[in-house]
Design a protein around this ligand. Structure first.
Ligand SMILES: [Zn+2]
Ligand SMILES: [Zn+2]
Length: 255
């Protein structure tokens, strides 16, 4: 018998513009399907009463209110793009709730970006107390009692971090894997992977390429995230092979 269950909640499965785009633009998405309303990409992992957030996008406040989450023990950052970071200011309220600094984890590159662009979050000033502290990820590290693995994948001109927590992995904003790093995902049960649109993009793989990765890794279940308004939920679901489906905001599953 396993000692614990890990719960994963998709806080947001949209890409940088969200769906609908401002101007009430739904693209190819059916506006009558709630599953097509997508906020910016982020997930919440709950494990033994601890909450770990992956990325703090611009919709964070509303996402955490909806999830009734009052406490975050750590934030794992995937990369420095605005759709994954720019809700960082909302973490002030959580830091006040727990009355301590929230650890932020990321690659050296991501942490450098955070420190130079959100100085007040990490460094005390005369009038303002900082609310987060930084930690650089390693290939393997631990948060609370959770073992985590990480590796870098390619996202066009920059790298982005894949995180593996137990037998669950999160890979967003992927153009391709480097060398044989994809093999680290062999054996995972559930995988959330970014799928921007059907066609290839300079920084994102095509749907076809993502499905090739799924066929190679063979997770029990794969959810597609980071989707633009070009991907309608029901249409995409029909195009997905068995055991693959589009995510939707507030989807909750156990690992
Ligand atoms: Zn990105
Ligand atoms: Zn993104």
């Amino acid at each position: 018998m396993r000692k614990y269950t890990m719960k994963v909640r998709i806080l947001g499965c949209g890409s940088s513009f969200g769906v609908p785009l401002i101007g009430n633009k739904f693209g190819k998405c059916d506006p009558n399907n709630d599953k097509n309303f997508r906020t910016r990409p982020s997930i919440l992992i709950s494990h033994n009463d601890k909450n770990i957030l992956i990325d703090s996008g611009p919709d964070l406040r509303n996402q955490l209110l909806k999830a009734k989450c009052n406490n975050i023990n750590a934030v794992l950052y995937t990369h420095q793009h605005a759709d994954h970071i720019h809700g960082i200011n909302d973490l002030r309220a959580l830091s006040l709730n727990i009355n301590k600094k929230i650890p932020a984890w990321g690659s050296q590159e991501t942490i450098n970006y955070l420190l130079s662009n959100f100085n007040y979050i990490f460094k005390d000033s005369k009038n303002y107390e900082s609310i987060m502290e930084t930690n650089i990820i390693k290939d393997r590290f631990k948060i609370e009692d959770l073992n985590i693995q990480s590796f870098q994948h390619n996202h066009g001109k920059i790298d982005c971090t894949t995180y593996i927590l137990d037998n669950f992995a999160y890979t967003t904003d992927i153009k391709k894997f480097y060398d044989d790093s994809i093999d680290k995902l062999k054996g995972i049960k559930k995988w959330i992977v970014g799928c921007l649109r059907m066609d290839e993009h300079p920084s994102h793989a095509s749907f076809e390429q993502i499905i090739d990765y799924v066929k190679y890794i063979k997770p029990e279940k794969t959810y597609l995230t980071h989707m633009t308004a070009l991907l309608d939920y029901e249409t995409l679901k029909k195009d997905c092979p068995i055991n693959v489906e589009p995510a939707y905001d507030n989807l909750l599953f156990e690992v």
